[in-house]
Design a binder for this molecule. Structure first.
Ligand SMILES: C[S@@+](CC[C@H](N)C(=O)[O-])C[C@H]1O[C@@H](n2cnc3c(N)ncnc32)[C@H](O)[C@@H]1O
Length: 342
């Protein structure tokens, strides 16, 4: 038995399409022992023998399987992708098919009728918690299907940010501000800065105390919009390249999961909000950060801006993932008139 699957497994992915393709991302989840053991224990504490449970975004069905292990009478697995057939195979093999209903579709568009469930299990948790649309999917499903006094695993979510220094990332971002091979790539800087990046921080330096950016109680939250401001007092001299962001989820009383920079305990990475060119900061400097998030027509919009107050002056940044100059995808065939050489 391996003690730590994250340490010992190799990165091996199938070169194929279809269900196997989806297995690739679920493979990452299945080998994340920290995540899985925390969910298993939380579900054991929350789901009572005889309960009905609804698994939103069921994937391989692992959370439903934990609910069956905890004594659930019946589980409803809703999943938008064909990974659901893998869940079905696992349940068939375990002899649990008569205790499960498999629904292929978007959970927020399913009509639930008759009774209500005792527990909702949902792991639509992205690297920054909100980036798998949990804020729009969960309230819709909860309001339709969860009985009064019912439980949700996880019960809540918190988001944290901190100004950060990371030398290799500063060099990476530098590509978009450089002249390379005699070509000036700086026209790409704005596009690059209007992105949120995913990184597994190993050697990042926090330049201030982390701040709580937003907090959600999944039993009551209704809005999928975030509008938040936080202030930092710089505690360490360094070169700020942006703000690192991560989440903490409360699976149940006493069990939480988190993915802060440099810890690498789970499969989740951290995100980074760039600020453009790196900024030298010193102890006592101040950074204010504003974050806006909403899902308009199914598209996530992330906007982040701020002001850095240093002894040398004030520096502002203002970015949004919707601010792009990319051409739309075109599928038409083109005819190009070529010149004849003089
Ligand atoms: C992070 S995975 C979690 C899978 C599984 N619950 C687990 O914990 O291993 C999220 C799953 O939710 C599915 N999903 C995302 N949005 C969904 C939606 N609105 N309705 C149903 N399934 C959804 C994805 O296809 C994916 O399989």
């Amino acid at each position: 038995m391996m003690s730590d699957p994250i340490e010992y497994l190799m990165d091996v992915w199938p070169l194929s399409t279809g269900t196997e393709d989806h297995l690739t991302s679920h493979h990452l989840l299945l080998r994340d022992r920290v995540r899985n053991e925390a969910f298993q224990e939380a579900i054991r504490r929350v789901v009572r023998p005889g309960d009905l449970a609804l698994d939103v975004g069921a994937g391989t069905g692992i959370l439903s399987a934990f609910a069956i292990q905890a004594g659930a009478q019946h589980v409803y697995l809703v999943e938008s992708e064909d990974i659901l057939s893998c869940a079905q195979e696992i349940f068939k093999h375990a002899g649990w098919l008569d205790r499960a209903t498999f629904i292929r579709g978007m959970a927020d568009r399913v009509t639930f009728q008759g009774g209500k469930v005792d527990a909702i299990l949902i792991e639509l948790i992205g690297n920054f918690g909100i980036d798998e649309n949990i804020l729009s999917v969960l309230p819709t499903v909860r309001n339709k299907a969860l009985k009064k006094g019912g439980k949700i695993v996880p019960a809540g979510l918190r988001l944290f940010v901190v100004p950060i220094m990371e030398e290799s990332l500063e060099r990476e971002f530098g590509v978009y501000r450089s002249v390379l091979y005699g070509i000036d790539f700086s026209p790409l800087a704005r596009l690059a800065d209007n992105n949120i990046y995913l990184l597994n921080f190993r050697n990042a330096r926090r330049l201030a105390e982390p701040q709580l950016l937003a907090e959600f109680d999944f039993l009551t939250c209704e809005s999928d919009t975030i509008e938040s401001r936080v202030n930092f007092s710089i505690t360490e001299q360094g070169r700020m390249i942006g703000l690192a962001g991560w989440f903490e989820i409360d699976l149940c009383e006493g069990i939480s999961l988190s993915n802060p920079p440099n810890e690498n305990r789970t499969h989740w990475d951290q995100i980074i909000f760039p600020i453009g060119e790196a900024q030298a900061v010193e102890k006592g400097d101040r950074v204010s950060f504003r974050f806006r998030y909403n899902t308009t027509a199914g598209e996530d919009q992330w906007a982040w801006s701020g002001v850095i107050h240093t002894r040398g002056g004030i520096r502002r940044f203002d970015f949004c993932n919707a601010d792009r100059f990319l051409l739309p995808k075109v599928r038409t065939r083109h005819t190009v008139e070529l010149k004849t050489k003089n």
